[in-house]
Design a protein around this ligand. Structure first.
Ligand SMILES: Cc1cc2nc3c(=O)[nH]c(=O)nc-3n(C[C@H](O)[C@H](O)[C@H](O)COP(=O)(O)O)c2cc1C
Length: 362
């Protein structure tokens, strides 16, 4: 069905299509029958896929990556569509419009996207309201946080603290985004000294919030794929030393290698989709080699099929996320990946998803 719908959807510009999807999901959320239909059409449950990570139960290992539900408006209906978790955001302390439009491009031949959205979002206060229902969702909700465009990097830590303070009671885990290529100089925060200062401040803030009675929430660092191996290894060690609970690898890439549409390749922004998959999988493999089971990894970047997700998990990811494949494959993408994962596990004689994590290294 999505094949036919996609022809119509792809006639709209990507942002209008996205707004329509959010509105449709909001509508489905407002009527009990709407939620039931979503769940009947796209939901999928299988005990082989249920896993506990950081003491949180995830119904399956395929989550929705940050950037789709930026304002935490539709995480409940998304959860009914077969996702094992939904990461909302990136949220910043103050609302901001993001970059000028157009800022999102479909590279159809490559099933890829280039975006330079620039953290357009309604700010943490509005998100806190929407997230106050997070426990009604049928899967865990992650909250991805960043800094406002106008906040200089030497004050960035205070933006992340503000986000944590406003949102800490809501959501099951937090993701620190220093890896978007679309906020000027944000990726400089991945430099070792800046990163150490930032993560130390964030850890301290979270410890403080816990002292005042908040439940401990895992804090993850989301990294870019464009670092050298040496830099990535430094980043991973800093994250470990500064008490991060996990890593998300990776964000979009600045690389345009093998992009077919050379005209669109010139658009500034981050590239996502299948071309990112080899690098994202390699990052997960290298990180797992360095940290083993000490710090769970969420693998993201170009996953379209169950085979992609299977490889990512064998390389060391405890879970995966998708974004671009949902645009090209449709709302059933997570369920298709999950069903294939089960097939592959059965083929290889595994009975539970936890058995495949990092198996390539063993
Ligand atoms: C339109 C768009 C917006 C995105 N916005 C965010 C964001 O706000 N924060 C973030 O951490 N990642 C964002 N991402 C990156 C995704 O979360 C993901 O890391 C990346 O797209 C790679 O996965 P994929 O190839 O499955 O899409 C965005 C991606 C796209 C395509």
């Amino acid at each position: 069905m999505y094949k036919h719908l996609k022809k119509f959807i792809f006639k709209m510009d990507p942002e209008s299509a996205h707004e329509n999807a959010i509105n449709g999901l909001r509508m489905a959320d407002s009527i009990p029958l709407g939620k039931k239909v979503l769940n009947m059409m796209y939901g999928y449950e299988n005990p082989m896929l249920v896993n506990k990570v950081w003491d949180i139960v995830f119904p399956n290992p395929v989550g929705l990556a940050a950037g789709f539900d930026k304002n935490a408006e539709v995480y409940i209906p998304l959860g009914l569509m077969g996702f094992g978790h939904v990461e909302v955001g990136t949220l910043t302390p103050l609302a901001q419009p993001g970059n000028d439009k157009p800022r999102c491009f479909r590279l159809k031949e490559d099933q890829a996207i280039i975006n330079r959205m620039g953290f357009n979002n309604h700010g943490v206060q509005a998100a806190a309201k929407s997230l106050s229902h997070y426990q009604d969702a049928c899967m865990p909700v992650g909250v991805n946080i960043g800094k406002n465009k106008l906040t200089p990097n030497d004050q960035a830590a205070s933006d992340y603290e503000k986000c944590l303070e406003a949102l800490y009671p809501y959501g099951h885990y937090f993701a620190i985004n220093v890896s978007s290529p679309n906020t000027p100089n944000l990726r400089d925060l991945q430099e070792v000294d800046s990163l150490r200062h930032l993560l130390r401040t964030i850890r301290k803030k979270a410890d403080q919030l816990e002292k005042y009675g908040a439940k401990r929430k895992p804090i993850l660092l989301k990294v870019a794929p464009d670092m050298s191996d040496e830099h990535m290894s430094d980043v991973v060690y800093v994250a470990l030393e500064e008490g991060m609970d996990g890593l998300i690898a990776t964000n979009t890439t600045l690389s345009r290698e093998s992009v077919s549409d050379r005209r669109l390749a010139k658009e500034a922004g981050g590239l996502s989709g299948p071309m990112l998959l080899p690098r994202a999988t390699e990052c997960v493999r290298d990180i797992y080699k360095a940290v083993g089971d000490k710090m769970p990894i969420i693998g993201v970047g170009g996953i379209f099929t169950g085979d992609d997700a299977y490889r990512m998990m064998r390389a060391g990811a405890s879970m995966t996320q998708i974004y671009t494949s949902m645009i090209y494959v449709g709302p059933g993408a997570a369920t298709e990946i999950n069903k294939r994962l089960v097939q592959l596990m059965k083929r290889d004689g595994f009975t539970h998803i936890s058995e495949i994590i990092g198996i390539d290294h063993k």
